[in-house]
Design a protein around this ligand. Structure first.
Ligand code: DAH
Length: 339
């Protein structure tokens, strides 16, 4: 039995010196020291030994087991060190390899213009208001002094959810919602999406954007409106820009005007961009109609106000010389990259 033990020892040590991985090492441990391992099997047969031999063999077996265990542990430590080093070496980053270029997006021209508009009015102390795009007929038309069958409804045909609910055709209903909830002084702009049942072409889209403005306080005059719009036009289109008001009709303002700015391309002398007019229309405006104030519970004898509404698409197309509105919605990166 002694010889058997010694030969197991020699064989185990021999195999140990050839082990290259931790898995192999683990297999070796099981082969010799495991429950069904060779050393264990020999020790099981000790029952057949004489009482004198038993402690001698027992001691030898234990020595061999301890020696093997120590060697295996040491080999394991060395192997895991080696494996870690290998891994680190493999993971070295080659900083000279060519990189992958990140595609950076750009701000959409509508967002650029919208942000500029917001900045101008926030600078003048305006707050930003919002209203629903799915709107009641009452707010979109009735309360704005556009009763059923009023001809102003013709040019603002829209998508109806039912008889009383529609997709808003303008941001003007937000005027009513704000005045219902807040007493003057009121100074807001409302940027937002609006809808009309228009066919798509170079200057029309069934979905587009407007910015509404509303100021209500004691003693607000048409002079305040003109001064505000002048500052706005100069901030957006350049210091030399002039504005011009032409009498017009909107049901919710009185008096009302269409507002032109001097052409950003030729400065007013006439060119292709302004169709030789020297002026380009950018918005509608006026003094808030007394009936509209009244509907919102604001006394027109005490308060007055002005309002304006401008199209964001039209402004952006002017600012960037874009001649087809559809380009703004196609999201072609080659187009958007230019701004
Ligand atoms: N809501 C009008 C439109 O869509 C534009 C407008 C004109 C708004 C005059 C106003 C205003 O606030 O005073 O055609």
């Amino acid at each position: 039995m002694k010889e058997q033990l010694n030969s197991i020892r020699m064989q185990a040590e021999q195999e140990l010196s050839n082990v290259g991985t931790i898995t192999e090492l683990e297999n070796l441990r099981v082969k010799y020291l495991g429950k069904k391992g060779e050393l264990t099997t020999v020790l099981r047969g000790m029952g057949s030994l004489s009482p004198e031999e038993r402690p001698v063999i027992g001691q030898l077996a234990n020595e061999i087991r301890e020696a093997l265990e120590a060697k295996i542990d040491k080999a394991k430590e060395e192997l895991s060190k080696k494996e870690r080093l290998n891994k680190l070496e493999k993971e070295v980053i080659d900083v000279t390899m060519p990189g992958k270029r990140k595609m950076l997006g750009k701000k959409h021209p509508l967002s650029i213009v919208l942000d500029e508009i917001k900045e101008v009015f926030l600078g003048m102390g305006y707050e930003i208001a919002e209203g629903p795009e799915v709107e009641l007929d009452y707010y979109n038309f009735e309360a704005l002094n556009i009763p059923k069958n009023h001809p102003a409804r013709d040019v603002q045909d829209t998508f109806y959810i039912n008889e009383n609910i529609l997709l808003r055709t303008q941001t003007s209903p937000v005027q009513i919602r704000v005045m219902e909830n807040k007493k003057p002084p009121i100074k807001i702009i409302c940027p937002g999406r609006v809808y009309r049942s228009d066919a798509v072409d170079a200057t029309h889209s069934p979905i587009f954007h407007q910015v509404e403005g509303l100021v209500v306080d004691k003693g607000v005059t048409m002079g305040d409106l003109v001064g505000t719009l002048k500052l706005f036009a100069k901030s957006l289109f350049g210091e030399k820009t002039e504005i011009r008001l032409r009498p017009h009709h909107f049901p919710f303002t009185e008096p009302s005007a269409e507002v032109d700015v001097s052409c950003w391309n030729c400065g007013g002398s006439g060119c292709r961009v302004c169709k030789n007019e020297g002026w380009i229309e950018i918005l509608g405006a006026g003094m808030v109609h007394p009936k509209v104030l009244e509907v919102c519970g604001i006394d027109p004898e005490v308060y007055s106000g002005f309002a304006f509404g401008l199209g964001v698409e039209r402004t952006a197309m002017g600012r960037f010389n874009i001649d087809d509105m559809r380009l703004l919605y196609e999201n072609d990166i080659r187009f958007l990259r230019q701004f």
